[in-house]
Design a protein around this ligand. Structure first.
Ligand code: NA7
Length: 545
């Protein structure tokens, strides 16, 4: 795999021996957190494995990478001047544009001077006597901190397929989540792409334009909607910037962190014509959530969901000329229960003569070989293989670090039957440890920036509360945590989410417990709950002097 090239703007600083707060990760969570902590007069250091800020948008540089929430909504709200001054170019910005935004924020708030780049945290152990975390890095630096905040992101521990021979291939190998910083040119090459989640769906149309031949290996088809991306118009930017406070408030109160009109009807109570016209409008709108939110019951009723599924199937079949390819691309699980995708020309790409689909449900992947990929049916030869095989989502970036709390208990072992966290923010037995968008919070079911800001604000308020009240430590009680996890599971059980083999459920990682990890109760309701808990003096948490 090609190693990333260092960014010229990357800075490094020596690791301090002691700080108030260690933050792991300099993505959108870690950056805002650092800014806030500094404002509170606390000392903080951020450790970041990459050579620059940006997190997801630093690592996922594959061709066609874009965010699928609109730029004017997928941006920080904490600083009105920042909101006004940054000029987004596209409705759905590309990875380079979002990375430029993150770099702009780092420059504007002079963040890099407290970030140690090129440095992975390997362990964090809580010392009960000193009531401090001892955090160690891959470079054997050690730092003591009163608080440890994991701003490690939900999708940052990438995964490869679990098949033999990954090192055998003699050609070029890429993973979408570790794309090289220099240009990759597939012109004239035979390319194999494994995986058809968002990264596959976004990169396949771009790679297809270059490659002599492109073979896509699909285990499960995605539901993908056309992004209808375009340049932003000056008038819409002006209108949004004038109305930002109201829009931000609406984001906070919404279900997904994206304001949409509230549905009032069941998909089953309207005529076929009315429903199809509604779905058609949503399809044309170019939005990830508009289709799923057209009717009240699409996420909870299989019968209602089937109407949307059938609509998308008809769309796929109307675009793709080869009936067998079209049929292979039609998902059978309910719409929305695996992360849907937004694309630019994805289905159309399968009409190109240089693009072929291999359905791994008919011919399972067996091995990577010296020349390419072997399935149960054939060996396919390539000059390059692209792994778009996703992540050990939500927990991988936390359990990959040796985190040990009270009594030396390991977080990985404590979570061996599935993650358990109160509000998705703290875990019983791990004092003064906070997770930004951790499992049990809306996180990946939301516009991440909205959820990140909410968690960062909430965590900083806790730290301020402890300081003002003279408390040294905080951690969830076992009871409050158990009740929250039960509540998260109960809410999920009312929905269709647990019915699909998704990474929300841990189903993409062999042996990972099947637990629905994000909180499906909605961003607005969740925020209210967090605020109520804070107002009651952090109900469900144990605060000690
Ligand atoms: P995803 O959405 O997890 O997609 C990974 C894809 O790779 C998906 O199609 C997987 O099939 C496939 N995959 C994973 N492991 C294998 C193996 N062993 N064999 C064959 N195919 C495999 O990751 P992305 O990077 O595309 O997107 C992540 C998120 O980024 C996305 O949801 C948005 O939030 C943005 P499966 O579906 O598991 O059968």
């Amino acid at each position: 795999m090609s190693a990333p090239v260092a960014d010229p703007q990357a800075a490094t600083r020596p690791t301090p021996s002691s700080v108030d707060v260690v933050v792991v990760g300099a993505g959108l969570s870690g950056m805002y957190l650092l800014h806030k902590l500094r404002g509170m007069g606390l000392s903080a250091v951020v450790f970041e494995a990459g050579t620059d800020v940006g997190g997801t948008w630093y690592w996922n540089r594959y061709p066609g990478a874009r965010v699928d929430v609109e730029s004017l909504a997928y941006s920080y709200s904490f600083d009105p001047d920042l909101e006004q001054e940054f000029e987004w170019q596209e409705r759905y910005p590309t990875q380079p544009e979002i990375l430029k935004y993150a770099q702009h924020v780092a420059d504007r708030f002079d963040l890099r001077k407290d970030i140690v780049f090129r440095t992975r945290v390997v362990s964090a152990h809580y010392d009960e006597e000193s009531r401090a975390w001892l955090v160690r890095t891959e470079h054997e630096d050690a730092v003591h901190a009163r608080f440890l905040v994991m701003a490690t992101g939900c999708l940052s521990a990438s995964k490869m397929p679990e098949i033999p021979g990954l090192d055998a291939f003699k050609g070029e190998t890429y993973h979408t989540a570790h794309w090289p910083h220099e240009d990759v040119d597939f012109t004239g090459k035979r390319v194999g792409v494994i995986g058809t989640g968002s990264s596959g769906v976004q990169s396949i149309p771009v790679i297809a334009q270059q490659a002599a031949d492109l073979m896509v290996f699909q285990r499960t088809p995605a539901y993908s909607l056309p992004a209808r991306n375009r340049a932003l118009r000056a008038d819409e930017v002006t209108a949004m910037k004038q109305d930002y406070p109201a829009f931000r408030q609406a984001q906070k109160e919404s279900g997904f962190g994206v304001p949409v009109p509230l549905a009032t009807k069941s998909a089953l109570e309207v005529s076929d014509d009315e429903r199809n016209a509604t779905f058609e409008d949503a399809w044309e709108s170019g939005s990830l959530v508009n289709l799923l939110t057209t009717y009240v019951d699409l996420v909870v009723s299989r019968e209602a969901n089937d109407t949307a599924k059938d609509f998308v199937h008809r769309k796929i079949r109307s675009i793709i000329t080869d009936p067998r390819t079209a049929s292979d691309l039609c998902p059978e699980y309910p719409l929305g229960t695996k992360r849907p995708c937004l694309d630019t020309g994805y289905y159309e790409t399968y009409n190109r003569s240089n693009v072929h689909l291999v359905n791994l449900q008919r011919e399972p992947l067996q091995a990577v070989t010296e020349k390419g990929v072997r399935t149960a049916v054939a060996e396919y030869e390539f000059d390059a293989i692209v792994y778009a095989t996703g992540f050990d989502a939500m927990t991988g970036s936390l359990t990959n670090i040796d985190i040990r709390g009270t009594g030396g208990a390991s977080l990985k072992e404590t979570w061996s039957a599935g993650p358990r966290a109160y509000l998705g923010i703290g875990a019983a037995g791990f004092p003064n440890l906070f997770m930004i968008t951790g499992p049990g919070s809306p996180s990946v079911l939301s516009n991440m920036v909205v959820s990140i800001e909410q968690h960062v604000d909430w965590v900083c308020d806790v730290i301020e509360h402890l300081r003002q009240q003279g408390f040294a430590t905080i951690e969830p009680t076992q009871q409050a945590q158990d009740e929250w996890v039960d509540h998260v599971n109960l809410v999920a059980s009312y929905t269709l989410y647990p019915t699909a083999n998704s990474w929300y459920m841990g189903a993409n990682v062999p042996g990972k417990p099947r637990v629905f990890m994000p909180y499906a109760g909605g961003v607005g309701e969740y925020r209210k709950k967090c605020d109520e808990i804070a107002a009651k003096g952090y109900e469900g948490f144990l605060l000690s002097a």
